[in-house]
Design a binder for this molecule. Structure first.
Ligand code: ZN
Length: 244
């Protein structure tokens, strides 16, 4: 079975469509595993939810998903994120709101736990250090952890031999070895922040126990045009060009 692992779509329908096309081009996936932040920042929140729901999928909630439906307060958000969140809230219909409201914080699929931020604080904490990655694995009932939130593709490997957890440079092909536990961030579909503006996602070939990391080009200019038309904050528009 093959599974698509996506995170942080952030209302970027053009990037999301490009990723779905890429998945189809590579033979498709049995199910999409979405790690939250379907909405926020971008210009087409409702459309992204509707498109995701056309596919067999599961998703956890992200902080922007909850903020858009007022499940969490935006007072912790920076002014740009808060402005985009308020815009998003006014562009969701009742069906989209009910969908976001029903998203769980944590899911388990095979030997993976799916969460947006961290198992400790699912819509708050960023996992950026090997120390916190190891602590996250310690409280899971599954072997591996998939998470998003930072918009940076990352791989932490905990070795059973020396119980050392390391941040490993990400390659195109990640093999799931028996003696290792992984914390994996597939990067962001709709707002990458690792210096590469292309959409980022992963495919899991569960039979062969391999994760593949892919980058996909999309029409960034058309998304930026839509964002300007909607009056979304300028910095959110320009950052798409740089992947920052
Ligand atoms: Zn996000």
């Amino acid at each position: 079975m093959r599974y698509a692992i996506i995170a942080d779509i952030h209302s970027n329908l053009v990037a999301f469509r490009a990723v779905l096309d890429d998945i189809a081009h590579r033979g498709g996936a049995e199910e999409i595993w979405c790690l939250g932040d379907i909405v926020g920042y971008g210009p087409e929140p409702k459309e992204c939810i509707e498109l995701l729901r056309e596919y067999r999928h599961c998703s956890v909630a992200g902080n922007h998903d909850w903020a858009a439906i007022r499940k969490i307060d935006v007072s912790d958000f920076n002014p740009m994120a808060a402005a985009a969140c308020n815009w998003t809230a006014s562009h969701l219909d009742e069906i989209s709101i009910a969908y976001l409201d029903a998203l769980p914080l944590v899911l388990e699929r095979h030997d993976f736990t799916l969460v947006h931020g961290s198992p400790y604080a699912p819509v708050e904490e960023y996992i950026l250090s090997s120390y916190r990655a190891k602590e996250s694995l310690a409280i899971l009932s599954t072997k591996h952890c998939l998470l998003g939130h930072s918009h940076v593709p990352m791989l932490f490997v905990l070795s059973s031999q020396d119980s050392d957890c390391r941040l490993v440079s990400l390659s195109h092909e990640i093999h799931l070895n028996c003696g290792e536990r992984l914390v994996v961030n597939p990067g962001s579909v709709g707002q990458p922040r690792d210096g590469d503006p292309r959409a980022s996602y992963m495919l899991l070939d569960n039979a062969h126990r391999v994760l593949y990391h892919y980058r996909v080009e999309y029409d960034i200019l058309s998304v930026q045009d839509k964002m300007r038309c909607e009056g979304l904050p300028c910095r959110l528009t320009t950052r798409l060009s740089y992947g920052q």
